[in-house]
Design a protein around this ligand. Structure first.
Ligand SMILES: [Zn+2]
Length: 203
């Protein structure tokens, strides 16, 4: 692998396979409810996502999360943007400085009525639905549900459209890669061998 030069701009796109032991990928209860379910049965959805959040909250980052965070901190590249489809916050737990979360996070709530209202951080169970501080409406997990648009898409597209090298970790392709200009090198690496390769990049 060619190590990027000091002026390189790196975009790293992380897929759901980044976390090998993501509970929601292993156990069938951890499937995402539909947007309609949130309106029909908000309490059931809250309990469901509470169980998911609680399971993920005790999980520690793996070697690949650590390696990617180190790559970002290493200043190998002029900038290194981490873009992820995971919602488990493990890159941040590994001390990644800035992560673009395309599918949101289990550890944030947002207003059900207006997504521009301030997010609220949450680390445990959402036992009682706290109302939105602006409009008093109910809050819902800030997680992209099936059929909903991705979050922070402009930020992700900006990073991809201006990078010199795109690393794809834990996915082979993704619709957001349409933002990658033709001719920009993309490197697909499986989560297994990725740890040593990312460390090699970080120097
Ligand atoms: Zn609100």
């Amino acid at each position: 692998m060619t190590r990027p030069g000091p002026c390189s701009r790196l975009a790293v796109l992380c897929g759901p396979r980044l976390s090998k032991r993501e509970p929601h990928r292993t156990f069938s209860p951890f499937v995402r409810p539909t947007p309609d379910a949130i309106r029909r049965d908000p309490d059931g959805v809250r309990q469901h996502l509470d169980a998911w959040r609680t399971a993920v909250a005790t999980q520690l980052p793996g070697p690949l999360h650590e390696a990617l965070a180190r790559l970002q901190q290493s200043r190998t590249a002029r900038w290194c943007t981490l873009i992820t489809r995971t919602i488990d916050g493990l890159l941040q737990k590994a001390a990644a400085e800035h992560v673009i979360e395309l599918e949101g996070s289990l550890f944030r709530l947002r207003c059900l009525q207006d997504r521009s209202h301030p997010r609220v951080e949450i680390f445990g169970a959402q036992r009682h639905l706290r109302p939105c501080g602006i409009c008093g409406g109910p809050l819902r997990p800030d997680v992209v549900l099936p059929g909903e648009p991705l979050l922070a898409l402009d930020d992700a597209r900006r990073a991809l459209s201006t990078c010199d090298l795109a690393l794809l970790v834990g996915l082979d392709t993704d619709p957001v890669l349409e933002a990658l200009p033709p001719g920009i090198q993309r490197l697909v690496i499986d989560p297994g061998p990725a740890v040593s390769l990312v460390h090699q990049l970080a120097g």
